[in-house]
Design a binder for this molecule. Structure first.
Ligand code: DGI
Ligand code: FE
Ligand code: FE
Ligand code: FE
Length: 188
């Protein structure tokens, strides 16, 4: 596979500097969480580093890939907020040669979660939300919960995201709500 330096070079080809810097902070946060919860630190770091690799892929490129690579056409109703996780792994596989299915799954699930998400998936999901430059009240609360429980932090993040979307009358991706229900059922 590619060296870290080569991956970083390709990330600069797809991402502006603020988004790149966010990815590096998520990598560090994900590694810390993995240490705390006894997970694979390098896998968590790699998923964190690459999670937003496809965030700035042009809309037309996404539409083409969704239409020609067997993705659900309903995805076309959403935007890059949803695509960069669910479809983003297409670009990460092709352009970075990542083939670790656990890393790819964590990236695929990093925006919506998944009713069956693993602890590694939660690490990427939560690290994205609590990296040091996140300061919204829901993010501060999730950061506190992440000291003791990945699933409680994940639920708090879903609560924050769903509230944000509903308050702005934005389309909720059904899986985001399904994830919330599945985790609340397990936790309470
Ligand atoms: O990529 P980041 O900004 O670092 O964080 P993220 O991958 O968690 O994406 C957050 C964006 O995704 C934010 O603008 C809200 C949007 N989002 C999350 N869940 C949903 C969603 N957008 C829609 N339309 N539906 C969802 O269920
Ligand atoms: Fe993202
Ligand atoms: Fe997130
Ligand atoms: Fe992110």
């Amino acid at each position: 596979g590619l060296s870290r330096a080569e991956m970083i070079e390709r990330m600069h080809g797809r991402l502006n500097q603020p988004r790149f810097d966010h990815c590096v902070r998520v990598e560090a946060t994900a590694r810390q969480l993995a240490v705390c919860f006894g997970l694979d630190v390098d896998r968590a770091g790699l998923a964190g580093l690459l999670h937003d690799y496809a965030k700035q892929v042009p809309v037309a490129e996404y539409e083409r890939v969704i239409k020609t690579h067997g993705y659900n056409p309903k995805l076309l109703r959403y935007n890059r907020g949803i695509w960069h996780g669910v479809v983003g792994t297409y670009f990460i596989k092709r352009e970075l040669g990542i083939d670790d299915e656990l890393v790819l799954q964590a990236i695929e699930r990093h925006t919506t979660g998944d009713p069956h998400m693993t602890e590694l998936d939660m690490t990427t999901f939560v690290a994205d939300y609590i990296e040091p430059l996140r300061h919204l009240p829901a993010q501060v609360r999730a950061r506190g919960l992440a000291q003791t429980s990945l699933s409680k932090a994940t639920i708090a993040e879903l609560q924050g995201t769903l509230t944000f979307l509903i308050n702005r009358q934005q389309l909720v991706y059904p899986k985001t709500l399904k994830t919330f229900n599945a985790l609340v059922n397990k936790e309470n």
